[in-house]
Design a protein around this ligand. Sequence first.
Ligand code: FPP
Length: 249
Amino acid sequence: MTAIIKQGNVAVPRHVAIIMDGNGRWAQSRFLPRAEGHRRGVESVRRTIEAAAKCGVPFLSLFAFSSENWRRPPEEVNALMKLFATALKREAKHMLANGVRMRVAGDLTAFSEDIQQSIAESEAMTASCDRMVLTICANYGGRWDIVEAMRKMVKAHPDVAEHPERITEAMVSEHMAFDWAPEVDLMIRTGGEQRISNFILWQAAYAELYVTRTLWPDFREEDFMGAIEWFNDRERRFGMTGDQVRANK
Ligand code: FPP
């Protein structure tokens, strides 16, 4: 269970995760190449980082490229890779200036050496920033994360092969990507689809899911604030009854 930060009367989620959907539709509705939608999406990324940091969110995670996105046409994958490489270099300086620490979660071995190096450099450059931790999920999938955690857990505790009853949730959790972040409080999805698409699964077990029809390139600070306002009206029960939650307040 995660504690929520109070800023005046506003409950600020500690960890916000965003599925940035709708770049392709945004571009296609303007007869532009899909890659142009992704390029405009990077501008929304910057605005959203600023909005989240401004309202005191300590952990923001963005779904930039899923384990399944390799299935897209090669020209779109190439455009996304190029964008990723240039945006990483450019945005890292911006993040450093804003006190934002950048981390990347996902299987990075599939990326080019150039991108892997840019990731390492951006992470190192912003390592001492402590205003907010931004996690870019790249070649990431929630199921991949769970399987990797299981593998690491069995390696760290070889006895569990003989005694599976010794496996606890905490043992699995401690080997997941995002071991640096608390569980997700609020998951936002732009573009209107009501699904999780193999984004953060384990750590979003109790996340509130906010879906907006706004396409990602159109997502602005006021849209982010709208999601925070909506979150403030939610009653988080974590399996308890509403009466119990109100009695514990
Ligand atoms: C989904 O829209 C979006 C993506 C697959 C890519 C998101 C990537 C960015 C915004 C760039 C990120 C860059 C950095 C540095 C974080 P879609 O193409 O599936 O849209 P559609 O549903 O309208 O087709």
